[in-house]
Design a protein around this ligand. Sequence first.
Ligand SMILES: CC(=O)N[C@H]1[C@@H](OP(=O)(O)OP(=O)(O)OC[C@H]2O[C@@H](n3ccc(=O)[nH]c3=O)[C@H](O)[C@@H]2O)O[C@H](CO)[C@H](O)[C@@H]1O
Ligand SMILES: [Mn+2]
Length: 307
Amino acid sequence: MRFIKPYVLLFIVGIFFLLGYVYFSFFSERLNRRTDVVSVTPWLAPIVWEGTFDPVLIDKIYKPMNLTIATTVFAVGKYVRFLQDFLETAEKHFMVGFHVRYYVFTDRPHDVPSVNLSQGRHLSVIQVPGSNRWQEISARRMEFIQTTIERQIRREANYIFCLDVDSKFHARWGSESLGRLVAVIHPGYYEQSRDRFPYERRLASTAYIPMDEGDYYYGGAIIGGFVEDVYTLTKVCRTRFEEDAGNSIEAAWQEESHLNRYLLDNKPSKVLSPEYLWQDIKAKTKQVKVIRFSAVIKNNAEVRPNV
Ligand SMILES: CC(=O)N[C@H]1[C@@H](OP(=O)(O)OP(=O)(O)OC[C@H]2O[C@@H](n3ccc(=O)[nH]c3=O)[C@H](O)[C@@H]2O)O[C@H](CO)[C@H](O)[C@@H]1O
Ligand SMILES: [Mn+2]
């Protein structure tokens, strides 16, 4: 028998390399590996980025559970103008295929737009007082969410998401975001070191965080999780906000500061990447492959009751 000619051998080896390459690139796609971002916290909670989960597989796990997701959104004063886009885009992208119950909190019930909701999705309007301070409107969300969970949400839903209204959905936000206690990394701080985080730094506030503590800077625009876990969170944050008010102190970023303090002591079981809370004003970065939910550009002086 003759030896194989070197060029034939080279050809065969080449073919093997090529097959190996195709095989690995296929499987790394299947495994949804991301090496450019950290996708787990130091306490082993997932950080949800595009490419770290299989949406079809996750839906197969959650859909048979017949879950209802409560979604609270506050539209007080001129912020009612954001409701239409918020709701219309939520119908396209938010928890599609799940039962969703929107709870719209407003002082202008007559200005709530009527938006066509898909089957299995409901909307109820809850009247709340207006205020001449946006800080109060934003912070009192904790109180109204707490009391509404007590009054009805705990009987009507399994999970809850509490969202800012001045925003739109742009891509899938689905069951991959479900967890016991869910928070989002604020898009302005995911690349910053913690000494830059705008936590409350005054000892006199119950939201105080020392310079050498803190995991992430979480955005106040999204709080999520099991209804009972979010209930405890809102109750604690509300109580501390009111305790501070009694001492004539308001945390740097109102309820967002209290949220950050709470989450330092009660670690979220799932963390959403800034894909879930972007800002239209910010250019997309390399790590953010999909923008799912983003704050619209608004003229604060025009929409808020005070500056
Ligand atoms: C992206 C993000 O993390 N945003 C947070 C940030 O500023 P933002 O600039 O996002 O605050 P904002 O003006 O959107 O107010 C927060 C929310 O309160 C409601 N609202 C506010 C004013 C008003 O007149 N009417 C009304 O309905 C509305 O649902 C709004 O989305 O800091 C706030 C606290 O200081 C909140 O923690 C926000 O969630
Ligand atoms: Mn906002």
